[in-house]
Write a protein of this length. Structure first.
Lengths: 258, 260
């Protein structure tokens, strides 16, 4: 057991959260989640299991219809990375990254420094003046991550951010995300439908079952960081993947039986 | 490069053929100038009546530009107001549509009764031109990427920030489309009103010259004035297209040439 010692204090806690949309669809029911400071936790489940809804509720972008969302240590600074890069096409990469600070009326020196630092972290320094349409899919996502990091958030919420990327870009971004997480020590909640991605990245995986969305299994991945290509091809990694895949299959089977 | 040359050369060629045919028909059939003037006569009328026609063109252009400017301000302003308040949108939008679908030719005589003539002409130009700006800008303001909107909310952006930093830039392509249509329409509105006013016996715009020349059977001058009007329309269209291109060229797909 060589997982890094995560700070154990819970920063956000969801209890019995339910969400029913106006259309009558129940996306979540009895959903519980505790996120501890500094950890990397994934929500894994098939599409339509409410994992994005759960993330939006944590972000405050959507209000729960039942249950509570508590912040034991006070409100956290939150950043959100969407499945699409969600950049403003009319603004350059640096203007896009600067947006959260501009909206908060930060002075221009602070903004410029933070933007430069954030772009350097994701390796986009040379593209600060480019427009989003001039970038590849992977680079757009890097810009999106740079924008999320520019406010030095306590909690980084990521909603299947790499799902639309090719495998090569996805692996590269997985590695870069992990090294950012290790150097910055932010808390990350990562939503994905990929067993392999969740095992590679996370300390803890919450497996969700659909209709209504709820957590049916929790699996800890105690493998040491830094994780790299060696880990990705190891028997240990394959073993965890099998375990998580079985939990996911059981969650889906449970749904069919229900 | 070849294709660009062709796109310029072919319409010019068509124009030359049409003028030559027109001249030939007039000469061979010996058509009198009060029925159909030859291209040469139209050109010489354009020169001889130049000062008069240029003055009229100026009057019409000023009305058109004023109508266009008011349409731009009114259309964009109203669209922004609609985007801020559903109640205002629901209350006023139907009337904007009614204003648009009522033919301006039918409205012009009434306006000429209630308003002094220059103002009535301006009002007509405005009525026809403002709706495309309103409709397109409204569409643009409403088609903002939902995730971007969520992002602005996450960072607690004010209404003003959402409007200024998100909705207006996102609506820019549609807004510019509306303005391009409005440019042509404000010329039409001005002309329609001038013709309506012209039959009432006042005015000095280009359309009034056409109506007046018609009564006097001065057909060459009618053609010359018509030619100036269409040149003005084409210029307005190109200027607005160019401005639109300048504003969108860095980021919008419509303004970027596809690479083959």
């Amino acid at each position: 057991m060589s997982a890094p010692a995560a700070t154990t204090a819970t920063i956000v806690s969801l209890r019995h959260v339910g969400k029913t949309f106006d259309s009558g669809t129940t996306a979540l029911a009895g959903f519980d989640l505790d996120v501890r400071g500094g950890e990397f936790v994934s929500l894994l489940g098939p599409s339509g299991c409410g994992k994005s809804t759960a993330l939006r509720i944590v972000a405050g972008l959507s209000a729960p219809s039942a249950g509570t969302v508590a912040w034991p240590q006070g409100a956290a600074r939150i950043a959100f990375v969407f499945q699409e890069p969600t950049l403003m096409p009319w603004a350059t990469v640096s203007a896009n990254v600067a947006l959260p600070l501009r909206l908060a009326h930060a002075d221009s020196r602070t903004t410029d420094n933070a933007v430069a630092q954030s772009l350097a972290r994701v390796g986009l320094t040379d593209f600060s003046g480019a427009y989003p349409r001039e970038l590849s899919g992977g680079m757009k996502m890097r810009a999106s991550i740079a924008r999320a990091l520019v406010t030095e958030p306590d909690l980084l919420l990521m909603d299947e951010p790499f799902a639309a990327l090719d495998e090569i870009s996805r692996f590269k971004l997985n590695n870069d995300l992990l090294s950012l997480w290790q150097s910055l020590r932010r808390t990350v909640v990562f939503v994905t439908h990929s067993v392999f991605e969740s095992v590679y990245l996370s300390q803890r995986i919450l497996v969700m079952s659909p209709r209504p969305g709820r957590v049916v299994a929790e699996i800890t991945i105690p493998a040491a960081y830094p994780r790299d290509e060696e880990f990705r091809t190891s028997a240990e990694y394959a073993g965890y993947c099998r375990q998580v895949a079985q939990a996911l299959a059981a969650a889906m089977a449970g749904e069919r039986a229900a | 490069m070849n294709e660009r040359l062709l796109r310029l050369a072919l319409p010019v060629l068509v124009l030359v053929i049409a003028i030559v045919l027109w001249g030939a028909v007039v000469r061979i059939e010996a058509i009198p100038p009060y029925v159909l003037p030859s291209p040469g006569l139209v050109a010489s009328t354009l020169v001889s009546d130049g000062p008069l026609l240029m003055h009229s063109l100026w009057v019409t252009l000023v009305t058109t530009l004023e109508g266009f400017a008011l349409a731009a301000i009114g259309g964009i302003g109203l669209a922004v107001l609609f985007s801020q308040s559903r109640a205002v949108e629901y209350s006023l939008y139907p009337y904007a549509v009614i204003l648009q679908v009522t033919p301006v030719v039918a409205v012009a005589p009434l306006l000429l009764i209630y308003l002094p003539q220059p103002l009535a002409v301006l009002a007509c130009a405005w009525i026809v031109a403002f709706f495309p700006v309103l409709a397109n800008t409204t569409l643009g303001l409403n088609s903002v990427d939902h995730n971007l909107l969520a992002l602005f909310e996450l960072y607690k952006a004010s209404r003003w920030q959402i409007l200024w930093r998100l909705k207006l830039p996102a609506a820019l392509p549609q807004m510019l489309t509306g303005l391009r249509i409005a440019g042509g329409l404000s010329l039409i509105g001005a002309v329609v009103a001038e013709i309506a006013a012209g039959s009432a016996g006042a005015g000095s715009g280009l359309a009034y010259r056409i109506a007046e020349s018609g009564y006097r059977l001065n057909i060459p001058r009618m053609f010359a004035a018509l030619l100036l009007l269409s040149i003005a329309g084409v210029c307005i269209y190109f200027v607005l297209s160019f401005l639109s291109h300048l504003m969108l060229r860095r980021w919008h797909e419509s303004a970027i040439a596809r690479e083959h």
